[in-house]
Ligand binder design. Sequence first.
Ligand SMILES: C[S@@+](CC[C@H](N)C(=O)[O-])C[C@H]1O[C@@H](n2cnc3c(N)ncnc32)[C@H](O)[C@@H]1O
Length: 270
Amino acid sequence: MTSPESVRIIAGDARRMPGVARNSVALVVTSPPYPMIPQWDALFESWGATDFEAMHRELDRVWAACYRVLVPGGLLAVNIGDALRSTSGEFRLWPNHARVLSAAEKRGFRPLPYILWKKPTNKPNAFLGSGFLPPNAYVTLDCEFILLFRKGPLRRLAPKSPERHASRYRKEERDLWFSQIWEGIRGIPQASGNGRSGAFPPEIPRRLIRMFSIVGDTVLDPFAGTGTTLWEASHLGRRAIGIELDRVRAEALERERTRREGTPPTGSPR
Ligand SMILES: C[S@@+](CC[C@H](N)C(=O)[O-])C[C@H]1O[C@@H](n2cnc3c(N)ncnc32)[C@H](O)[C@@H]1O
């Protein structure tokens, strides 16, 4: 279902959303660098952001830019996990999901019911506490959030639109995908702090793209990383735009795009 020009890679900063036209994107599927996770400390520090609130203020700029480029009724899906971290000797939860939810709502997005992605743990006995004695142990953080928002009222589509009908899902898919807890999808934990990409499993964008867009739509990932969203979108007959700040990753994306689509690289704004 792919066409040669169906994926566009932009090497740049999503806070400025270079090269993406206002009201042109039907769906954003993304996973940002998570605030308060050591893996992303250096990136946030390079923006002068060293605490939870300052880190989120940088991400807020991306949510605002997503609002501008989405079509009326377009959807924003943000995969994010909370963080556990000690600061000034105090161990606590940093609720990234709550902070993104409130920022997006302030920006004008309508919050929708979200999905909890329960990650299968390879450490079933991971437990923060001492033995079996109450009360000072902590609950294991084994879910990530897929926050969902819409830009304004429902998107208007022609009821007989052939693209919409070509994008139909089956009853079994609907029953599974529209339930609030997603289990059995393997992921790569961001909290590992070992410099890995933080890529999410293809099944996550694959479901979201089929749930919230139709064939021919444009899907954007402003934090493209290894391009999981882009390759899935293209495979599903959608156009895809990926923005990536890291030069090395952006070049790798462009190489992968060329390899998959057999076309020369397109230009990028920087
Ligand atoms: C959590 S990873 C995304 C992983 C992606 N979902 C995947 O499946 O590979 C976040 C990515 O966003 C990139 N990034 C961070 N800040 C950015 C910004 N301001 N603009 C564009 N990309 C950014 C990072 O370099 C990293 O590749």
